[in-house]
Design a protein. Structure first.
Length: 75
């Protein structure tokens, strides 16, 4: 999961960051964060799958998680 790695690297530099995953990758994200010394780091979880969503459906999913993403970046 490159996004977890990127989040960890940004956080080490003092730059608030988050990872956006689908629920199918929850265990993998937890494992990766733990392995990189950041167990419990928050991330944003979308329903799975999203690859089959129409653009307007994906916009709705993104809109629902916008506040959560913003709160992670303000921390």
């Amino acid at each position: 999961m490159c996004s977890v790695h990127d989040t960890v690297e940004f956080e080490k530099r003092g730059i608030p960051s988050t990872t956006i995953i689908t629920e199918a990758f929850k265990n993998a994200a937890d494992f990766q964060f733990k392995g990189k010394g950041m167990a419990g780091h928050p991330y944003v979880q979308l329903p799975h799958p999203v690859s089959n969503l129409k653009p307007e459906e994906m916009k709705a999913v993104a809109a629902r998680c916008l506040d959560e993403v913003a709160s992670h970046l303000k921390a």
